[in-house]
Ligand binder design. Structure first.
Ligand SMILES: Cc1ncc(COP(=O)(O)O)c(C=O)c1O
Length: 310
């Protein structure tokens, strides 16, 4: 991933990308007390561009901040504008957006009630998060030896910076063991989600995923898939399930803003279904990519159009 761009939005203005620096004593760098989002912009076949579910992502940024008690000194409309302005300033007809709100370096005490909250939005072109080949043929996953966050220790409905250490150690563990992604179980042993994606399995034509009220992040892509599966007439069920149910699933796929829809062909060295993307995964993917890219006109309210300067 090359994180290269010309400009970055920081504290209310666009500044040259290389000048978007922070002090080494920045509070959030030490303690992880900050919140962020990951958002994608797409270009349609007719050349127009849009940000996918921008309002929902900015809303979740504010919800994450509310969960931890961080005041964001902007309103939602300003941050939505900051996202599109950053894409336009960088001439990005499509790309990935990374808004982040964090505490500055005023003091380093844990309380630090008066530190300034900084907000930044980065944007760059980012292809398939789990690789083009993985997306086409399916990836290999391993159940992590690390549990997903406990709901009363961490605030699982927030995208909170420090919480991602859990995801990073799980991801590094499986990458070093030669797999593509980690599947995390909750502290009771039920399948939760992956390090940066929600997880779905397909059994007997039905799509099954962990319930919203469990230890998962409430993924916007997860919500998109549940809605589109409904439109396609595919039955969906939100319930807890175990790792051995995954082993004998007909199909498994992951979803997230970065990973989009990525099929899983193997878990813990066991082939899943036919060892390639299955029928339901392919049907959902086709609808999903049509809608997120905007070539399928369904759900126009999910696409916030923006125009690049001529
Ligand atoms: C832990 C975790 N689960 C799931 C997701 C998927 O969420 P979304 O579809 O909103 O990107 C993400 C990515 O944001 C994540 O970090």
């Amino acid at each position: 991933m090359a994180m290269q761009a010309d400009f970055l939005w920081m504290d209310g203005e666009l500044i040259p990308f290389g000048q978007a620096t922070i002090h080494v004593l920045t509070h959030t760098l030490h303690y992880g007390f900050g919140v962020f989002e990951g958002i994608r912009a797409y270009q349609r076949e007719d050349g127009t561009s849009h940000v996918f579910r921008l309002q929902e992502h900015v809303k979740r940024l504010f919800e994450s901040a509310h969960i931890i008690g961080l005041e964001i000194p902007y309103d939602a409309a300003s941050l939505e504008r900051a996202c599109t302005e950053t894409l336009v300033a960088n001439g990005l007809a499509k790309g990935y957006l990374r808004p982040i709100a964090f505490l500055g370096s005023d003091t380093l005490g844990l309380g630090a009630l008066n530190n300034k909250t900084h907000v930044a939005v980065g944007a760059w072109d980012w292809g398939a998060y789990l690789g083009e080949e993985g997306m086409a043929k399916g990836i290999r996953c391993k159940i992590s030896s690390f549990s997903r966050l406990h709901v009363n220790v961490n605030m699982v409905k927030g995208k909170i910076c420090g919480q991602y250490v859990n995801s990073v150690i799980a991801k590094r563990e499986v990458l070093k063991a030669g797999y593509d992604e980690a599947i995390m179980l909750d502290t009771q042993g039920y399948v939760s989600e992956c390090t940066g994606e929600n997880l779905f399995m397909v059994k007997n034509g039905k799509i099954i995923t962990a319930p919203y009220g469990s230890s998962i992040l409430g993924g916007i892509t997860r919500d998109t898939i549940l809605a589109l599966a409904g439109d396609l007439g595919i039955p969906v069920q939100e319930r807890l399930f175990t790792r051995d149910e995954l082993y004998v699933a007909d199909e498994v796929f992951l979803c997230g803003t970065a990973a989009e829809i990525t099929p899983v062909r193997e878990i813990d060295d066991r082939t899943i279904g036919g060892g390639r993307p299955g029928e339901v995964t392919l049907a959902v993917s086709k609808k999903f990519f049509g809608v997120v890219r905007g070539d399928d006109p369904a759900r126009p309210e999910w696409r916030a159009t923006y125009t690049l300067k001529a």
